[in-house]
Design a protein around this ligand. Structure first.
Ligand code: CMC
Length: 430
């Protein structure tokens, strides 16, 4: 389909549209001259049919449930790689050889500390603050220490900022958590791996030695990889949108975090567990009732963790996680009644015509929360874990936008539906 051309007929006049080819998957129609040639704009709420960019980072085939990063299957990456290795792939386009990986890990290790002055920043939040609010605020706050690195057109500065963000995010996340439970902040330990160090800062106490559980670290590594990138999702599109104004990388990523926090996006992992918990504890609520409420168009209730803009099939990440949920829960010896409810809910929904006809399947958030919970993370940290995972994807997209010279500021049109021109009425006459 790469050499197709298209004609658009408006009021008996044909307008030829050239195509934007792809390696595989959707081919674009170039409407760049549409408005000037015809006076029309396209109308596509939620951008469901609009490609906002060309990209060579991630390919998703929603019909077949396929996800690749830089041409590699997500299943292969999740099984064989460390999170920093996948981050390298996303940022720099190729899997690193051993030397490159060692150098990259060492570079990240150099930047794990936060400036001491930032400690007071954490103290200023109330204990009850949601850690996602702290995470995005701290990401902006960190930028104030690195103003010399703001220029998006300076590749060295961008690389430095990218490394700092990836290195510091586990520290920020763990300190946001420590703040919320009133425990002292734990400093990074650079003898540990990226994931082990994060677990150490989350769960250690200064008063006793608490070795990191290798099984938990391995599981978290896979989870972070599964979240690492996902095309032009809401938060990544936000990062590009903000970055298109030439805002610095920290500011762009902080905006992406806020987009991620919403319950229809990354916030869904917290919502799923809260939904399953509500079914578990409320004697009047059953899986069948939840499904029935989700189908009722007069009820705002949705099955959280179900449905996806792109997938019309099982989300491949959810498939991996479903298997993984059983393994992890078995390995960490935790029975979770919510897993049983999740399995039952999935079965009922996937046999229900409402979900079948709309091709609504479990997405990545359906099982990830249960695994995060089994690994010992509190519910309000789930979306923070998603953010740590998604960080390389946000940065890779931001870098790609600047490297490819996409210098156009993001600025959609609108269809105005307000009042036509009216005479001004002085206040005394209104
Ligand atoms: N429960 C009940 N109905 C649903 C659901 C759901 N979870 N998801 C979609 N639908 C219905 C929707 O009401 C619509 O029905 P109709 O055709 O009768 O109007 C139809 O399915 C199509 O849905 P949509 O809202 O037009 O689809 P979308 O592409 O705009 O939205 C979504 C995608 C993920 C926001 C939506 O499926 C949803 O709200 N899911 C629950 C929240 C969730 O799990 N989000 C995580 C997404 S995956 C990870 C990530 O990207 O963060």
């Amino acid at each position: 389909m790469t050499d197709a051309t298209a004609k658009l007929r408006i009021a008996d006049k044909d307008h030829e549209l050239s195509t934007v080819p792809s390696t595989i998957g959707d081919v674009g129609l170039d409407i760049g001259a549409l408005r000037s040639d015809t006076g029309f704009v396209t109308f596509d709420p939620g951008y469901a049919n609009t490609a906002s960019t060309e990209s060579n980072i991630t390919y998703i085939d929603g019909g077949n449930g396929t996800l690749w990063h830089r041409g590699y299957k997500i299943e292969d990456l999740a099984e064989n790689c460390g999170f920093l290795e996948v981050a390298y792939l996303l940022l720099f386009g190729e899997l690193p050889d051993q030397d490159a990986l060692d150098a990259w890990r060492a570079k990240v290790r150099q930047h794990t500390l936060l400036n001491e002055e930032l400690k007071r920043f954490f103290d200023a939040f109330p204990r009850s603050a949601h850690p996602m609010a702290i995470l995005s605020s701290a990401t902006n706050a960190i930028s104030t220490f690195y103003e010399a690195y703001y220029n998006p057109k300076d590749p060295d500065a961008v690389r430095e900022s990218a490394t700092r963000l990836i290195a510091k995010m586990p520290t920020v996340a763990a300190w946001a958590y420590k703040k919320s439970i009133g425990q002292p902040y734990i400093y990074p330990r650079n003898d540990l791996s990226y994931v082990e160090n994060f677990l150490h800062m989350m769960f250690a106490l200064p008063v006793e030695d608490s070795p990191v559980d290798k099984v938990v670290a391995q599981a978290l590594n896979v989870l972070l990889i599964l979240h690492a990138d996902h095309g032009q999702n809401c938060s990544t599109a936000t990062v590009r949108f903000v970055g298109s104004s030439q805002a610095n990388l920290f500011a762009s990523v902080a905006a992406g975090m806020n987009a991620l926090w919403g319950p229809l996006h990354g916030g869904a992992n917290q919502e799923v567990v809260e939904m399953l918990h509500a079914i578990h504890v409320d004697p009047d609520m059953t899986v069948e009732k939840a499904v029935s409420r989700a189908k009722d168009k007069n009820d705002p209730y949705r099955l959280m963790g179900f449905g996806h803009r792109i997938y019309r099939n099982y989300d491949p990440r959810a498939k991996i996680l479903k298997r993984f949920a059983d393994d992890v829960l078995g390995t960490v010896s935790r029975d979770d009644p919510l897993l049983e409810i999740a399995n039952h809910l999935e079965k009922v929904a996937l046999e229900d015509d409402y979900f079948v006809s709309r091709k609504l399947y479990p997405n990545v958030d359906f099982y990830s929360g249960l695994i995060f919970r089994a690994l010992g993370f509190p519910t309000r940290m789930f979306t923070v874990l998603f953010a740590i995972g998604r960080l390389p994807g946000w940065i890779a997209n931001w870098m790609e936008m600047h490297e490819h010279g996409d210098n156009k500021i993001a600025r959609p049109r609108q269809i105005y539906t307000g009042e036509a021109l009216r005479d001004f009425v002085p206040i005394a006459e209104r």
